[in-house]
Design a protein. Structure first.
Lengths: 219, 219
């Protein structure tokens, strides 16, 4: 069975991985005949109360420990994962992708990516293995490939401000509806807007399921 | 569109709602044409570190606030929800069902159910609206209906100890494989083992998707 790395960034849309996107990804991988290898960086995150939407100023949690909730405990520190163990890599979205895997949420196109995340993405790209990113996670890929001056195509849907930031980092941004995905065949790179555009869970699922199918097809 | 209440109990298999079961439920409801009404009790929970599996002795979190992660913030205190707003009710599993919605995890058949949970279940049963429970959540229903001396059938899969406890509380326990479900037509009650038996997410999904389809059919 092919092994697909799933990079998580916490557990909850406002401070971690978008939970629906992560679970739909895991289910699509399993139904597609692939084994998921869940991973996350071992760093702290700023907590957002998901009921009030406000930051819990006095509290931090650990990204790896919180991501373990989505993975039912079966998760590894991304620092210990090498591309040669994997056949493909996928990033669910959620603000955690833009706040914990990098600081795009606060710095925009001047962001910095977590060193182990950029190291693994570069290994995957160098090995010509397929890579997918959902929702806001293409911002992470944009920064890494842009810094490497690697021409590439991505989508985050149709949000102009975010699309502009991706173009500044070096991406060609392609508009895409929620139920579809964008492929960059040269880089084996796939992206879908998911909750950047989805109003309902089934809309996010449609694009994610197609993205995972394409990712597995590319292996 | 029919409205289906989804009773959450936190966010994570070891101290809250089983996340995969909850998301698969939400997706199946949306694809089945129903609106989910997420809810949870406004009480504290004991935190389990999902990486180590150990209890975090110095920390508590709030069930409603953590459940809001799964619901993307769109959630209500169960105390404010009445059966006449709903067409059906469903309980995902996870240890939270046995630790936060009741104390079955520590007390077994001598457990007590959270008063607002038992109040809403009794309203749904009295209104002859369909009710489903996944994984370990049938323990909650067993206690409520058993206390009311209401004869009923349920499954939690094939775990003998748990099945015995359910029978002690007043249920007729029916063994069931993970990809299927048990229906009690007299009480419009549906149950499926999900992660009581599932070894992979697709196995849990098969039974949950069938359960949700049956629940919507019964409305």
């Amino acid at each position: 069975m092919p092994k697909v790395g799933v990079v998580l960034s916490g557990c909850g849309v406002y401070d971690g991985s978008e939970i629906h996107e992560a679970v739909i990804t895991l289910l699509a991988l399993d139904r597609g005949g692939a084994d998921a290898v869940c991973m996350a960086p071992n760093i702290d995150l700023t907590v957002v109360n998901h009921l009030s939407g406000e930051e819990a100023a006095d509290e931090t949690r650990n990204v790896l420990i919180e991501s373990a909730r989505i993975a039912r405990g079966d998760i590894r520190d991304i620092a210990d994962v090498r591309a040669d163990e994997l056949d493909a890599l996928i990033f669910p979205g959620g603000f955690g992708a833009a706040k914990n895997l990098c600081d795009f949420a606060s710095k925009g196109s001047d962001c910095t990516v977590h060193s182990e995340v950029s190291r693994l993405v570069r290994e995957i790209i160098a090995a010509k293995k397929p890579l997918a990113a959902l929702c806001i996670a293409p911002a992470v890929i944009s920064k890494i490939l842009g810094d490497d001056k690697l021409a590439h195509k991505l989508t985050i849907g149709n949000d102009e401000g975010t699309a502009d930031a991706l173009e500044q980092m070096g991406s060609e941004h392609v508009e895409c509806p929620v139920g579809n995905f964008v492929v960059d065949p040269a880089n084996k790179l796939i992206s879908t807007p998911a909750y950047m555009l989805a109003g309902r869970i089934r809309e996010a699922a449609e694009g994610i399921e197609k993205t995972v199918a394409e990712l597995l097809e590319m292996i």
